[in-house]
Write a new protein. Structure first.
Length: 153
């Protein structure tokens, strides 16, 4: 359970890194190599691993304190946290709140930051070019000929 959930949190962070990489490549292309050095990339990878372990490590510890009294048949072969909580006879409110916190911190925050990076990319692309060049850069009106594009702009 621990490793599968940890890897899913690392995956979320990798998507965030990819959005950051695109942001740097588009908004600051001349400084790309100086901003994203191999050492900095290694540090970002270490942050991803430490964050996922720090967020997932309390889950098995919280589950260990429960008393279990129901059938021990789970719906998934990899011990889904929610399934294990269902077979517990104890109060599971702490686990529910912590699970919600982990979901919001990882998926919610990472999704927001990815969205923010793409908004900043769009802002940069739209600010450096004319209206016609913006349409071309965004891939709009690609199927129109040069004369039609001139009429639209």
């Amino acid at each position: 359970m621990f490793f599968i959930h940890s890897l899913s949190k690392i995956e979320s962070f990798v998507l965030l890194f990819m959005a950051f990489d695109r942001f740097i490549a588009i908004c600051n292309p001349l400084r790309y190599a100086s901003i994203l050095t191999p050492l900095r990339i290694a540090k970002m990878g270490l942050v991803a691993v430490v964050r996922s372990v720090a967020l997932i490590l309390p889950l098995p510890i919280l589950l260990k304190r429960f008393r279990y009294c129901r059938d021990n048949v789970l719906s998934h072969s990899y011990c889904l946290h929610q399934d294990i909580m269902k077979v517990a006879c104890s109060d599971i409110s702490v686990n529910s709140i912590y699970g919600l916190f982990v979901k919001v911190v990882t998926d919610g925050l990472d999704s927001f930051l990815i969205f923010l990076s793409y908004v900043m990319i769009l802002k940069t692309v739209l600010s450096i070019a004319s209206h016609r060049e913006c349409l071309r850069a965004l891939g709009l009106f690609r199927h129109l000929s040069e004369q039609h594009l001139w009429l639209v702009c």
